[in-house]
Design a protein around this ligand. Structure first.
Ligand code: NDP
Length: 499
């Protein structure tokens, strides 16, 4: 069984573009979540003992099944979020690449390896390995209902854990379908269960003493509540939260490419992306030309639910008020709406909005907007661009467009974020081998890549004494032993190092 069905109360997931009911799902209460966690405990024991080779095979077959059902999954995402079908397909493709990478690399990253013990312990054979934690709880958002939780689910499963997944109430269907696909390939035990419901269902998962680690993706506000609930059981968490990412455009950058990428970064998925471009800092001599190109391109975009629409509706109705407030606040403080304006909010859609001359202390610059709006700022040079980009409590990702490789690398290093992509938007997040995560209010912990695998495992150190040598930690140790070790230490470590 992959989906717990103890509860009889149900809720409807709606198509945010049409208001039509996509499907009904059970509201799972504390008891249902506890039962799922208990089943996961047993599944984890079995799955963890299955071994790297068999788990790899099963995960690759889950990947194959998701690939064969890509269009069905994408259609579900399209209906539940309202995003264009091609965007939903792209999201599913990215989820497939994560499953593939995690399956193929888990044993290499986490499997046993010999460790050199050092000259002082040369008689020891040392093995380091990473063991599964047991049961991992995953709480996901609605904006990327498959690829975002997959960043935790695939890596947690590959590390040998069982997963209980609570999708957002706006996108439960994609999570339920994912669990069904997994159950078909792994019928023996429910290694992935999806529990559906509202915030209370997520809260039950976070406060469950049976969960060994909680991977949360969502708003910073909810992350703090989840962390407080997890503190009761000392359950460690990963918090993948919001952002206010910046795009920097240096003088000498390819402005057509920069405008194209910044526009996609700001407007794709109606701006409902944790790593969306929300602020653009353009070096003075490139500013006018860049803004002209961005403006021309933005005017061509149209939201809708049809095949030609650039992006869909705002998925969560409450977000429309925030977007409207940010636009109005910026305009009332003297900003210029270069494209669109307050009238661009046409529920459930928001047309593209490009704002210039926005004061740094306005909510459109400070808070996560999560809409198809972007602020563009003139800065004197690259240093000021980095300084302004870093003036944020968030620090998730960022983009730099520059024609100078070493200037761009230096600026990327100085950008206060977990990820920076140069001359492309969000390339780091599309590469499964690279870690994904932020700093500050954007959260902590990493999904994806070797770091993402290690998040769902605990290091286990084992040493085996091969022959007896000096025994310094014994009451029988002699002055001779001690003098020998003092001699060795002096020989290896006492010298002065020169530059
Ligand atoms: P929310 O914080 O509102 O919800 C996230 C998840 O938490 C949902 O499944 C929600 O369930 C659940 N939840 C709500 N209340 C609780 C609670 N008290 N205890 C446990 N779980 C709870 O975020 P959104 O769904 O609105 O997602 C958008 C946010 O996610 C944005 O800030 C965005 O930037 C961020 N995000 C971050 C990403 C990253 O990787 N860093 C990627 C994608 C999004 P329900 O929906 O049923 O209320």
């Amino acid at each position: 069984m992959s989906v717990a069905t103890e509860s009889i109360e149900t809720f409807a997931s709606l198509n945010p573009a049409t208001g039509e009911v996509v499907a009904e799902h059970p509201v799972q209460d504390d008891a249902a979540v506890a039962a799922a966690v208990e089943r996961a405990r047993e599944a984890a024991g079995w799955w963890g003992a299955l071994g790297w080779k068999e788990r790899r095979l099963r995960l690759l077959n889950i990947k194959g099944s998701l690939t064969r059902n890509l269009n069905r999954m994408a259609q579900l995402i399209h209906e539940e979020t309202g995003k264009p079908l091609q965007d939903a397909q792209l999201e599913t493709i990215l989820a497939i690449t994560h499953l593939d990478w995690a399956a193929r690399n888990a044993s290499k990253v986490l499997g046993p390896r010999n460790v050199y013990p050092g000259i002082m312990a040369i008689n020891q054979k040392c093995v380091l390995e990473y063991q599964p934690l047991g049961v991992v709880g995953v709480i996901g958002p609605w904006n990327y209902p498959v690829v975002t939780p997959m960043g935790s689910i695939a890596y947690a499963l590959a590390a040998g854990n069982a997963v209980v997944f609570k999708p957002s109430e706006f996108t439960p269907g994609a999570g339920v379908y994912l669990a069904e696909l997994v159950a078909a390939v792994v019928p023996e035990h429910p290694v992935l269960q999806t529990v559906t419901g509202f915030g209370a269902t997520g809260a039950a998962l976070a406060s469950s003493p049976g969960v060994d680690k909680l991977a949360f993706t969502g708003s910073t506000r909810t992350a703090k509540r989840v962390m407080a609930a997890c503190a009761e059981n000392l359950t460690p968490i990963i918090a993948e939260c919001g952002g206010k990412d910046a795009c920097i455009v240096d003088s000498g950058a390819d402005l057509d490419a920069a405008a194209d990428a910044a526009l996609w970064g700001a407007m794709a998925n109606a701006g409902q992306t944790c790593i969306a471009v929300e602020r653009i800092y353009v070096v003075d001599d490139a500013y006018d030309a860049f803004l002209g190109k961005l403006t021309d391109k933005a005017r061509d975009l149209r939201p809708g639910f049809d095949r030609e629409a650039a992006y869909g509706p705002i998925t969560m109705p409450g977000q429309l008020d925030i977007i409207e407030r940010h636009i109005q606040d910026a305009l009332s403080r003297g900003a210029t709406a270069v494209v669109g304006g307050a009238e661009s909010v046409r529920r459930p859609y928001v047309e593209p909005v490009v704002l210039a001359d926005v004061p740094d202390d306005s909510s459109a610059v400070r808070e996560e907007t999560f809409g198809p709006t972007v602020t563009v700022h003139r800065v004197k040079d690259l240093d000021e661009a980095v300084e302004k980009a870093n003036e944020s409590s968030y620090g998730l990702a960022g983009t730099i467009y520059s024609g100078d490789k070493s200037r761009a690398m230096d600026a990327a290093r100085r950008m206060r974020s977990g990820m920076t992509s140069i001359n492309a938007f969000a390339a780091t997040s599309q590469i499964p081998a690279l870690p994904f995560g932020g700093v500050g209010e954007s959260g902590f912990g990493r999904i994806h890549g070797p770091d993402g695998l290690r998040e769902f495992a605990r290091p286990k150190a084992i040493s085996r004494q091969r022959f007896s040598a000096m025994n310094l930690t014994s009451f029988t140790r002699t002055d001779k032993d001690m003098n020998r070790v003092l001699g060795l230490i002096t020989m290896f470590h006492a010298r002065r190092y020169k530059r």
